[in-house]
Design a protein around this ligand. Sequence first.
Ligand code: PRT
Ligand code: MG
Length: 212
Amino acid sequence: MLNIAIAKGRILKEALPLLARAGIVPLEDAEKSRKLIIPTKNNVANIIIIRATDVPTYVEYGAAELGIVGKDVLMEYGDQKFFEPIDLKIGQCRLMVAGIKNQTPKSHRIRVATKFSNITKRYFVEQGRQFDLIKLYGSMELAPLVGLADQIVDLVDTGNTLLANGLEPLELIATISTRLIVNKAAMKLKRESIMMLMENLESIIEDGSYLK
Ligand code: PRT
Ligand code: MG
């Protein structure tokens, strides 16, 4: 039996059709259920639904053999103590620096608001830029509008959220998609069932018809 930890929210929503194609079908509506562990048809696996930022931790410690989570979360988590074998091609977006439209910051030491503090520090330091980091937990788009920050680092998909708030994308930090991660010990101990699922997923991804 495999435990699969999945980030709740949009990743869960997009992962369910992919898992269904691989024969992993929750016995309850995973998006609505209040249960945190959901068994699946024919007992092939358990689905564990948790906060995105907790997925790497569960998989690192083997509480879940497998995890499904965004590359943004993995980059922010840092040192990878698990395998990351498959790009599931869902949850695609870009991690970007954004700022107020047509406005260059007055001071050369800018304030950057983000929930991606590790990624942001790395990126600005690499560029040798002066900055103050303001850690937020959501709605980063608000920060420049109320003078809390000059720029933000956030995920951008269509760009509509930036546009709606008078912001513009400035720099691409990374392209993001959802990844399958695997606990290192489980890859040895449960090799057969994990390899079977991975091969299955790879051919479904190759085919691509699970993507709307
Ligand atoms: O948990 P929190 O409330 O902070 O995030 P959320 O509710 O916005 O997203 P959630 O928890 O459902 O899913 C987060 C995961 O989905 C991320 O870790 C990414 O890997 C992936 N993902 C893919 C995205 C987006 N696309 C995305 N566009 N996560 C967030 N967004 C947000 C973005 O932060 C911004 O607020 O959508 C807005 C921008 O979208 P556009 O289309 O207006 O550009
Ligand atoms: Mg959310």
